[in-house]
Design a protein around this ligand. Structure first.
Ligand code: FES
Length: 122
């Protein structure tokens, strides 16, 4: 049902935790399943230097959180803002159709964190 990449990121998630001096934080929840994802950003000179996440959710939500942190690190905030949930799912070699909504959580939390960064720094 799940690809090797999903299983890898679920069993061995990257960038788990919090960033104490984060300058952007985003949290989203999925009302239907109750899962919650929180993303912390450290942005310097418009580049995302570090990303960490805390996800209270299903295996697919954990795998997509892990993948989105890897995809966001090193990008400019503009580049990270156009990262889509489809791109996250593709980077994991796909998700089962019933689990596609889990990848929305990852991209949305990242976008929320960037929005929060922009609000703090405008
Ligand atoms: Fe809720 Fe996957 S079932 S995010």
């Amino acid at each position: 049902m799940y690809t090797d990449k999903v299983m890898d990121h679920f069993s061995n998630p990257r960038n788990v935790g919090e960033i104490e001096d984060a300058n952007g934080v985003g949290e989203v929840g999925n009302a239907s399943c109750g899962d919650i994802m929180k993303i912390f950003l450290k942005v310097e000179d418009n580049i995302i230097k570090d990303v960490k996440f805390k996800t209270f959710g299903c295996g697919a939500a954990i795998a997509t959180s892990s993948m989105v942190t890897e995809m966001a690190i090193g990008r400019t905030i503009e580049e990270a803002l156009v990262l889509t949930n489809e791109a996250v799912a593709e980077a994991l070699d796909g998700l089962p159709p019933a689990k596609m909504h889990c990848s929305n959580l990852a991209a949305d939390a990242l976008h929320e964190a960037i929005k929060n960064y922009k609000e703090q720094n405008s």
